[in-house]
Unconditional design. Structure first.
Length: 306
């Protein structure tokens, strides 16, 4: 039988060309966050001022941005975020997939896949959703000088009413908790592994819960005008993930909810890099990760030491 060099070579290179896994998204989020700390950008000047208030604001916003960069993959059965969150991750995954399926069923056009294998890279991977999170935080939260804790205390006689009458801060705080939990989990993964801190592994979950709880409580005590910026941190991390995924083999529905009538699709996932779109695999992914790690170290040194 003739040996097909071309097809074998193609299969090999497609198997080793890297995509963006959880680690890559975290490294990208770290790079973006460090890059904007001193960025002269008027559009995010208020957010930068908030982050730079003191080290506690910086650390909390950092953990939220990093953790939120994994949130979009909660629509995937086997993503880093879904598996790390355990039962809660499974519940969130089911909710996201159900909502995504409903939107997909109602809006798909003739050339959209009538029976997609999963809802991954659908509604919750649309850049518009990430932008929507930022808008929700900025415009959905009352810019008052009182905190959410103050609001609950003032309505302690009817907490059910307090929790249901203004759900925007509550949604924001839940997302902050999840993001902070994922952030500290993934940032400590390699240090725990490389330093072989086996004796501490049994306490990791408690550490994650305490840190995430601390970040959430800190956010709940902030004036609502400042809580908005923690919400923006969620949207920023979320959007970072989606924009990175646009260059991978699955791509993302870049213009949804606008239909791509020229392609006959409402859920149009274009290959922005054409034949160079990044495929899931190992070698290129590792190269990208190493380059990002080097960039993160350089940016951290530049920001905090120089």
């Amino acid at each position: 039988m003739e040996y097909d060099v071309k097809s074998k070579s193609k299969a090999y290179f497609e198997s080793v060309r890297g995509g963006f896994g959880g680690l890559t998204h975290v490294l990208i989020a770290v790079a973006v966050f460090l890059s904007i700390l001193d960025a002269p950008l008027d559009i995010i000047s208020d957010f930068i001022e908030f982050v730079n208030k003191d080290w506690l604001f910086l650390v909390c916003a950092f953990l939220v941005v990093v953790g939120a960069s994994l949130l979009p993959d909660l629509d995937n059965d086997y993503s880093t975020a879904t598996l790390q969150l355990g039962l809660f991750g499974a519940i969130v995954k089911t909710f996201m997939q159900t909502i995504s399926y409903a939107f997909y069923s109602v809006t798909r056009l003739k050339k959209d896949d009538p029976r997609p294998k999963s809802m991954h890279r659908k509604l919750f991977h649309a850049p518009a959703f990430g932008v929507g999170l930022i808008c929700f935080a900025y415009f959905g939260l009352d810019p008052s000088e009182s905190s959410y804790v103050d609001y609950l205390v003032s309505n302690k006689d009817d907490l059910f009413y307090a929790l249901t009458s203004d759900v925007a801060p509550l949604i924001c705080l839940v997302l902050i908790y999840i993001s902070a939990w994922l952030g500290v989990n993934n940032l400590t993964y390699w240090p725990f592994r490389l330093l072989k801190l086996n004796s501490l592994r049994r306490y990791k979950q408690s550490l994650f819960v305490l840190v995430a709880g601390g970040v959430t409580y800190f956010s709940a005590t902030l004036p609502l005008s400042d809580l908005r910026y923690m919400g923006i941190a969620i949207g920023l991390g979320y959007l970072i993930h989606i924009l990175a995924d646009a260059f991978t083999e699955g791509s993302v529905p870049v213009i949804y909810p606008i239909p791509a009538f020229w392609a006959g699709k409402w859920w149009w996932n274009p290959y922005i890099l054409g034949p160079f779109q990044i495929y899931t695999g190992g070698v290129v992914n590792k190269v990208i990760d190493i380059a990002l790690l080097a960039l993160d170290i350089y940016l951290a040194l530049n920001v905090f030491l120089f």
